[in-house]
Design a binder for this molecule. Structure first.
Ligand code: UD1
Length: 373
């Protein structure tokens, strides 16, 4: 009997879980030849930021948990590398899969590649062209050294071509985050959270904020809370607060400020199905997240992204996303515009069809590792 080839997928932070879950499922079709395990770095560790996602997404429990926790970028990245190296040496994966653009992505890529282990990046090639974003550095560094690149949109393919990545290592496969969304849709549709919060479908806004550029600066964060307070006079505003943002609100003592508005619902971070149910029935989403730009595009919900750049241009070209520089007047004007005139001619980006992970599994098994189902 020949030994099964081993694949290790990395998750670390909240946006990673929904990208890996469908890949884990799709690799199951090759279980006679491939052994797949998950390594959780522990970059996110709160129940609501991590464990709840394993449950909602049917993600198999991690075989390896590195428990690195929070820290500065150097501390976190270094701790992940130190803890991940012995896992690679002992378990001996033939391929490491990394997703997205978080510190866990770049740390595990660097570790695996230097041990001579082939590495595949899912969501490769996205570029905001803003090197002050930590994620942009993670994306560039990961793509520069990994072996295989799986792209969610054409811009990713094009960026990699421009950076000199050989085309036979780049695959346009679609979006595994959207695979998760479509797979969970029956549960999202049945989730009663909108009614439980006393909201009317189509009659409220959802907000998420966590980018350092928006929440780490006192003036910026105060201004954003002012805008939300103002919007809450027009319609209920649901704001699940990321731990980073909560810490900053407490640090700057802005709680009374945020709690003033009666229709501003400040919530804990929501689990996946609850959050997507809230987004699906919203009139409008305001966010600085990467993934939510994509999810709103598929759900057809207007999305105002409070940033000056996006690494996901397809959501602007054919989705419901608009970029709005996070300045007070511009945000207020954009809210007016989007509520009065939602985009009518939107479409779903190519290959965002719920089958991206199956394409990835087939390419990994048959082309990269040379096995059949
Ligand atoms: C990380 C990713 C970001 C992603 C985001 C999604 C990097 C550089 N950033 O940002 O790309 O969009 O995740 O959420 O990888 N904290 C908790 N509990 C947790 C996790 C974090 O309390 O479970 C607090 C800690 O105080 C920590 C802070 O939140 O210092 C920020 O966490 P960190 O993982 O450093 O970055 P995020 O802002 O979450």
């Amino acid at each position: 009997m020949t030994m099964k080839r081993r694949i290790l997928s990395i998750v670390g932070a909240r946006p990673n879980f929904m990208k890996v879950a469908p890949i884990a499922r799709a690799l199951g079709a090759y279980a006679d030849h491939l052994e797949h395990a998950i390594c959780h770095t522990g970059q996110h560790y709160d129940y609501a930021m991590s464990q709840a996602f394993f449950e909602d997404l049917d993600l198999p429990a991690p075989a390896f948990y590195l428990g690195v926790g929070s820290g500065s970028h150097a501390e976190q990245t270094a701790r992940i590398m130190l803890a991940f190296e012995p896992v690679c040496r002992e378990w001996g994966p033939d391929l490491v899969i990394v997703v997205g653009d978080v510190n866990s992505t770049v740390a595990c890529t660097l570790t695996a590649v230097k041990l001579g282990i082939e590495t595949a990046h899912v969501e490769a090639g996205l570029r905001s062209f803003d090197r002050t974003m930590p994620e942009e550095i993670n994306r560039i560094a990961t793509d520069a050294i990994c072996h295989w690149h799986f792209c969610t949109e054409h811009s990713g393919v094009e960026n990699l071509r421009r950076e000199g990545v050989p085309s036979e290592r780049v695959f346009f496969v679609g979006n595994t985050m959207i695979d998760s969304l479509l797979a969970a849709m029956p549960r999202i549709e049945q989730c009663p959270i909108v009614e439980e919060l006393g909201l009317e479908r189509g009659g409220y806004a959802v907000v998420t904020l966590h980018r350092p550029s928006n929440v780490d600066d006192r003036h910026q964060l105060t201004m954003l809370l002012d805008v939300l307070t103002e919007l809450a006079e027009q319609m209920p505003v649901v704001f699940p607060i990321h731990p980073r943002t909560r810490h900053m609100i407490e640090h700057y003592r802005l709680q009374p400020h945020a709690e003033r508005a009666r229709k501003l619902h400040l919530l804990e971070p929501q689990r996946y199905v609850h959050f997507m149910a809230l987004v699906r029935s919203a009139a409008l989403v305001l966010t600085d997240s990467g993934g939510i730009q994509e999810e709103t595009t598929v759900l057809g919900v207007p999305c105002i992204t409070l940033r000056t750049t996006t690494e996901r241009p397809v959501t602007l070209e054919c989705g419901t996303n608009v970029l709005v520089p996070p300045e007070r007047e511009r945000i207020s004007a954009a809210i007016e515009r989007v509520l009065q005139n939602p985009r009518q001619d939107r479409c779903i980006p190519p290959l965002w069809d719920g089958h991206a992970a199956e394409r990835i599994a087939r390419i990994i098994a048959e082309q990269i590792l040379g096995v059949s189902p």
